[in-house]
Design a protein around this ligand. Structure first.
Ligand code: FAD
Ligand code: NAP
Ligand code: SF4
Length: 701
């Protein structure tokens, strides 16, 4: 018997390989950097979460500890500025002093205690800064910040270099295993590289050898300062996706210079933040940019450079990660959001339980969108992400019988969390399958990842022992004998009460998306919320395969090409969409831009896609009536300019109202049901809110 808590038992025979080792032999292979070994090929990519800001980093420590326990090979923190000028916004996380380094100890100790490795990202935002002290190579405002930066003097450039080096030294002092120098995404270093943002005529501007001097100097001096046994990752912009961006030969020249000039690992950055090409949204095909890193790998091989390369963007399953590595696209994969979605991603792959991974659906709704709203990030499919210290699922002390009515995202989450904690849970749904409205979301082209969410939720039902009762429409009388009842019955479509809406040409979004009812060639969509946009996408697509599943078609659609063929990797003639399958008009009553309420970081993609599909967007209308001619609309308070929109089909997407009659019946019978998701409030409801609310309720039941 082993008595020491610190001594691991020694097996008598060699341990059998973990089941994942055979499936993911490339992904799970260790990476030897000479002075240190990374246990697998997973790099957790840097992601700003809001936990970086402020003095207390204990929440960040808890967040990373769980990822280290989940076997991530190398974690990279969100960006920390090396000085005030480099702040992303006022008082953004900064590492410049020994006092700050001490505060980071809680993070590095937590990760090391869990057997992980962690590097700090050094992020200088340059002209992307959202504050008046911004600096840049030239005095040129970026399209994504209202602040015009100061152009740096030559001494100012020197000061920034010293700040980068000092930050790396402090990171080492704080116990980090390394740093990542952020050289991509259009930030400070990238701004020096590009001829459109660097108009300098001194030693830091002009031809490419001068423009690339900044990162080369930073790396050389940083390596000298931190010594040889400290990881330095350089994040290289491999395709800028902006007009006038870097040419391929420039990128290769810089790649080779950093790989031989101080970096132990070269990571891939895709697209500047101001690029008008989606790079991480759910409609982007999986591993859509692995080919760019693969090109660089060939260049490194030809030059005899062995520095490991990391590929990135839309890699969200172990299968995809394994494939890109097996194809020789890179030596490591960077995954950021997938590790928000599931802290145990790598561990589950190691154990051969990839079907149990909570897959990132690339929606950006709770991660990136939160950052832009100055809120702490989380994850739509995992509300515990970045809230590890506060949302805790503790085992129950007294087991209750719990009924959950409705197996949409709210009901599924409440049921599985309650069951995981130890309650006896019965989950009912009137439908023959779980998922509620997610079953409509998953059929929209570009939203295929919702299938993964449904797959994961089904496995959760199985693993937590929830007793599932499908095809059962529940009434109040059926719920006697339960200690707790959770009503998660969702919503029903709002009745817009438009004269003529009983005309045979009128369908609801449910008829179209769930029941596949035939739709004519010319369509008017009433309502331009998330569902109106999705229905327009669905109908203009027709029978074309989704470009999300067809990389060449997707690249052509967005005008992406090899950066060796055109600077920045953009086709000079621009995007080229396939012709729309139908002629669609999308309408709303409010004045102003359609889709204004869509996701902060994804709304522009939906609007651009529909414009490419020639969808007519009309705002400020009154719906007068529907008849054989089509839809009659007028404009303004005086109902002027009555106009017929000729159409064969009108689709109603006029919002939703809560379906809570069951809750009312229960209350009338003296029960106190809990209402969550759409059954509580339909206004601005989405799966993020439904899941978060459900998890929080089930955590305290
Ligand atoms: P629902 O999903 O509506 O589930 C309610 C369930 O209750 C249903 O399965 C129903 O059958 C069952 N039920 C009702 N009454 C009874 C009864 N008496 N007995 C038994 N069962 C009953 N959200 C996002 O966050 N991001 C997106 O990208 C997104 N895209 C969408 C695209 C489309 C096309 C649609 C339609 C919705 C989309 N949504 C999206 C919204 C999201 O799906 C909803 O906000 C979410 O499903 C609401 O969850 P819920 O569990 O409250 O209700
Ligand atoms: P929504 O976003 O509230 O949009 C409803 C639309 O209907 C609006 O355009 C509204 O515009 C119109 N409308 C409201 N009342 C009307 C009336 N009486 N007559 C005619 N038109 C009316 O709701 P939704 O599109 O049904 O989506 C439901 C929920 O699912 C939303 O909360 C959304 O967040 C979520 N969802 C999210 C996504 C996503 O990608 N994140 C995708 C799909 C759905 P006017 O009032 O100006 O006419
Ligand atoms: Fe992925 Fe969406 Fe979660 Fe962000 S919020 S990590 S995109 S699933």
């Amino acid at each position: 018997m082993y008595s020491s808590a610190t001594t691991a038992p020694v097996p008598f025979a060699p341990m059998p390989p973990a089941p994942g080792a055979a499936l993911y032999s490339h992904l799970l292979a260790p990476l030897d950097l000479g002075f240190t070994t990374i246990k697998n090929r997973v790099l957790m990519g840097s992601m700003h979460t809001g936990l970086e800001d402020g003095r207390d980093l204990s929440r960040m420590a808890a967040y990373f500890r769980e990822r280290a326990e989940g076997d991530v090979g190398l974690i990279v923190t969100g960006g920390f500025a090396p000085n005030i000028a480099g702040w992303a916004k006022p008082f953004a996380g900064t590492l410049a002093t020994s006092g700050a380094a001490k505060r980071h100890r809680v993070v590095t100790d937590a990760v090391h205690g869990a057997g992980g490795k962690i590097a700090l990202q050094i992020l200088h935002t340059g002209r992307y800064a959202y504050h008046p002290l911004a600096v840049a190579p030239s005095r040129l405002q970026s399209p994504i910040s209202p602040f015009t930066p100061f152009a740096l003097s030559a001494r100012g450039v020197e000061r920034q270099i010293r700040a980068f080096v000092n930050c790396a030294v402090k990171a080492r002092e704080a116990g980090y295993d390394g740093v990542e120098v952020m050289g991509s995404e259009g930030y400070f270093i990238n701004q020096f590289l590009s001829q459109t943002t660097n108009l300098r005529t001194d030693a830091w501007g002009g031809d490419y050898s001068h423009r690339m001097r900044l990162p080369v100097e930073i790396l050389a001096r940083m390596r000298e300062a931190v010594g040889p046994d400290f990881i330095i990752i350089y994040r290289l912009s491999m395709i800028d996706l902006v007009p006038g961006g870097s040419a391929w030969d420039e990128i290769v020249t810089l790649g080779k210079a950093v790989a031989t000039g101080g970096a132990n690992i070269v990571n891939t950055g895709i697209g500047w933040h101001e690029a008008r090409v989606p790079t991480i949204a759910t409609s982007v095909p999986r591993a859509a940019f692995a080919w760019v890193t693969q090109k660089m790998k060939a260049e490194f091989a030809a030059a005899g450079i062995a520095t490991p390369l990391v590929t990135s963007n839309r890699i969200n399953t172990p299968e995809v990660a394994e494939q890109v590595l097996a194809d020789g696209c890179a030596d490591m994969v960077s995954m950021a959001r997938p590790l928000l979605a599931d802290a145990a991603f790598v561990k589950k792959a190691v154990e051969g339980r990839a079907d149990r991974i909570n897959t990132c659906i690339a929606c950006n709704q709770a991660c990136l969108d939160h950052v832009f709203q100055n809120k702490t990030s989380s994850c739509l499919v995992n509300p515990r992400a970045c809230h590890e210290t506060e949302l805790v699922y503790r085992p129950v002390s007294s087991r209750k019988r719990v009924a959950v009515v409705g197996a949409g995202p709210a009901g599924l989450t409440a049921a599985t969390v309650a069951a995981e904690r130890g309650h006896e849970v019965h989950l009912f749904d009137a439908a023959p399958a779980i998922g509620g409205q997610l079953n409509m979301a998953k059929v929209v082209p570009g939203k295929e990842e919702f299938h993964e969410m449904l797959r994961y939720l089904a496995t959760r039902v199985e693993d937590t022992g929830v007793q599932l009762h499908l095809n059962q429409r529940v009434q109040a009388a059926d719920l006697a004998g339960f200690d707790e009842v959770i009503v998660a019955t969702g919503v029903e479509p709002r009745d817009p009460k438009i004269p003529g809406q009983d005309h045979p040409k009128v369908l609801s979004y449910i008829d179209v998306l769930r029941h596949g009812r035939p739709v004519g060639e010319r369509v008017a969509i009433i309502g331009a919320g998330g569902i109106g946009f999705d229905v327009a996408e669905f109908l203009t697509h027709g029978d074309h395969p989704s470009t999300t599943l067809d990389l060449p078609a997707w690249k052509a659609e967005w005008g992406i090409t090899d950066p060796a063929a055109a600077r920045g990797g953009l086709v000079p003639t621009g995007p080229r969409a396939t012709p729309p399958a139908r002629q669609v008009t999308l309408l709303q009553r409010k004045k102003g831009k359609l889709g204004a309420g869509l996701g902060k970081t994804t709304g522009w993609i939906h609007r651009t896609t529909l414009k490419m599909k020639e969808v007519q967007m009309v705002s400020g209308v009154n719906y007068e009536r529907i008849a054989d001619e089509g839809l009659l609309v007028s404009y303004g308070d005086k109902r002027e300019d009555p106009t017929w929109i000729a159409c064969d089909t009108v689709v109603l997407c006029a919002g939703q109202v809560p379906l809570f009659s069951l809750a009312q019946d229960l209350e009338a019978a003296g029960h106190k049901p809990h209402r969550i998701g759409g059954a509580l409030e339909a206004g601005e409801l989405d799966a993020k809110r439904a899941i978060d609310q459900a998890a929080r309720l089930a955590a305290r039941l």
